[in-house]
Design a protein around this ligand. Structure first.
Ligand SMILES: [Zn+2]
Length: 270
């Protein structure tokens, strides 16, 4: 039986609007969507219990960078940077053997240079697009045209092309749509297989059908390719045993879960 556990780590908060991010415009009338601004957590996941420590994404940038170049109003509170978070549980970035990226947007790949011993893995399409994005995505990928240095600059990033086992109990599979080479990570645990799905969905509501308009899900409003995005959410729903086995990067319910338990699955009480 797999001994792997998954530890959600919040690296900061990003303001988003429901209409711009969480719900596609065609769904607004059916999902009671208003203009509320929500501060969403930026979550990474540490996989413990295997031969090496695996980190799914490295999280968001510091407040200055995030606020200036990305979403105004973003905050990375004191002690929330990924290396500071690791220190709080007695770990150093050098202890991490493998960093697998769901995608290479700014809120998922900051502080890469701290992980001096880790192998970095991204999907080939994502890495290639990150190196040469269309101008619309210069900010998302921190393009040098902005006068800043990309976190992956000068670092070796290994690429995968499809579904692949990274180590026993940990696999990646493609889930494009939010970005061209987005991928998700499946982790086998004693309680079943969990999926770190990155930004395939922003919130659990994206999984809900809307029967009135024949939708089998509620598409989000931000994507590079809506057809791929839709099919990736269908794939996610097909693979996951239940909703709680899906671990998105920005779902506030994960932060709520953290108030009750530090790792997934929760340790059994003996
Ligand atoms: Zn994100």
């Amino acid at each position: 039986m797999s001994q792997l556990t998954i530890r959600p780590i919040v690296t900061g908060y990003v303001p988003t609007y429901k209409k711009q991010y969480h719900y596609h415009h065609s769904t607004h009338a059916y999902r009671n969507v208003d203009d509320t601004k929500l501060l969403l957590p930026a979550i990474v996941y540490l996989i413990e219990g295997g031969d090496q420590l695996v980190l799914v994404d490295t999280g968001m940038a510091d407040t200055y960078r995030a606020d200036k170049y990305h979403h105004p109003g973003s905050i990375q509170p004191e002690g929330f940077a990924i290396h500071e978070r690791l220190a709080q549980i007695g770990l150093k970035p050098e202890d991490v053997g493998l960093v697998v990226f769901t995608h290479l947007h700014w809120d998922h790949m900051y502080y890469m240079d701290k992980f001096t011993k880790a192998k970095f893995i991204a999907h080939r399409k994502e890495y290639e697009f990150a190196l040469d994005p269309i101008p619309l995505y210069y900010k998302s990928y921190e393009h040098p045209a902005l006068g800043i240095r990309r976190p992956f600059e000068g670092l070796k990033v290994d690429v995968v092309d499809g579904e692949e086992e990274l180590m026993p109990g940990v696999r990646v599979f493609p889930s494009p749509g939010h970005s061209p080479g987005h991928q998700s990570v499946e982790i086998d645990t004693a309680e079943g297989t969990y999926i770190c799905c990155g930004d395939s969905i922003f919130i659990y509501d994206n999984l809900d059908p809307i029967p009135e308009i024949h939708y089998n899900l509620t598409p989000p409003a931000r994507f590079a390719n809506i057809v791929e995005c839709w099919k990736s959410i269908e794939e996610l729903k097909a693979r996951a045993k239940a909703r709680e086995y899906i671990l998105p990067s920005h779902e506030p319910a994960i932060e709520e879960l953290l108030k009750r338990q530090e790792v997934i699955p929760a340790p059994r009480v003996r």
